[in-house]
Design a binder for this molecule. Structure first.
Ligand SMILES: [Zn+2]
Length: 220
C-alpha cells in the first residue's frame, strides 16, 4: 500500500507495522488463547524484521484491547506488548500503543514496562491519546493526540510535546471514521489563524517531534 501511494503521488509515506491487539480475541475463538498468543508473537517478530529492513519505522499499533477483557487475555496482551517493546529497544525504533483509555495511571504502568526492557519512554507513542501533555500526566510517553477541536485546544495550552492523529480507518462501511483524513492540516491551519497555535508550535508538532520519534526527516 505504501509503495503504491509513493508511486501514484508525491507524498512521503512512513509505515508502522504490528499485530493488532484485538486480533488476539478473534484468533482465540478459532485456535485457543495460547496458540493465538504465539501467532501474535510471530507477527511481532515479522514486523520487527520489516523495521530492520527499513520498510517500516515503528512497531504499531500494538498493545491491549480497548475494552474490558478477561485476566488471561490481559496477561497475554501484556506479554505480547512487552515483547514488542523489547524488539523495539533492540532495533532502536518506537512502538505505537493501542490500549484501554489513556489515563495518567495507565501511562505510568506502561512507562515502567518500557523501563524494564530498556526502551526509552519517549520512544513509546501513545496512540489515541487525550491531551495528557504534562509529564505528570504522561510519565514521559509521547502523546499522539486525536485531532478533535477541544483536545487540541487543551493540549496547546499545556505545550507542544505531542503529535496529532486522525485514527483514520479507510473502511468503506464507516466513511470518515474516526476523524476524516484531512483533519490534521485543516485543524492546524484553523488554530494558526485563530492564533491558538504559533509557527513554533507548528514546526515542533509536525516536523521536529515526528522526526525525532521516528528517526525520519519530515519536511514541511
Ligand atoms: Zn488503535
Amino acid at each position: 500500500m505504501a509503495e503504491s501511494a509513493r508511486k501514484e503521488t508525491d507524498i512521503k509515506v512512513y509505515v508502522t507495522l504490528g499485530p493488532y491487539p484485538v486480533d488476539l480475541l478473534t484468533l482465540q475463538e478459532r485456535v485457543g488463547l495460547s496458540k493465538a498468543e504465539s501467532i501474535l508473537m510471530q507477527g511481532m517478530q515479522l514486523a520487527a524484521e520489516h523495521v530492520g529492513d527499513g520498510k517500516a519505522v515503528a512497531l504499531g499499533e500494538i498493545g491491549r484491547p480497548h475494552f474490558e477483557v478477561s485476566e488471561e487475555v490481559m496477561d497475554a496482551s501484556n506479554r505480547i506488548m512487552k515483547h514488542g517493546m523489547e524488539l523495539a529497544a533492540d532495533l532502536g525504533c518506537p512502538v505505537v500503543l493501542h490500549t484501554e483509555s489513556t489515563s495518567p495511571t495507565v501511562c505510568e504502568k506502561i512507562a515502567i514496562m518500557a523501563d524494564s526492557v530498556g526502551l526509552p519512554r519517549d520512544k513509546v507513542v501513545k496512540h489515541y491519546s487525550p491531551p495528557l501533555i504534562d509529564e505528570e500526566e504522561n510519565h514521559g510517553l509521547f502523546p499522539s493526540v486525536l485531532a478533535g477541536k477541544k483536545n487540541l485546544k487543551t493540549a496547546l495550552k499545556k505545550g507542544d510535546r505531542f503529535v496529532m492523529e486522525t485514527d483514520f480507518l479507510d473502511d468503506p462501511k464507516r466513511p470518515g471514521a474516526v476523524l476524516g483524513i484531512k483533519t490534521v492540516p485543516k485543524r492546524t491551519i484553523k488554530l494558526y489563524e485563530a492564533e491558538l497555535l504559533t509557527e513554533k508550535n507548528w514546526i515542533r508538532i509536525h516536523k521536529e517531534n515526528p522526526s525525532k520519534i521516528y528517526d525520519i526527516d519530515v519536511e514541511l
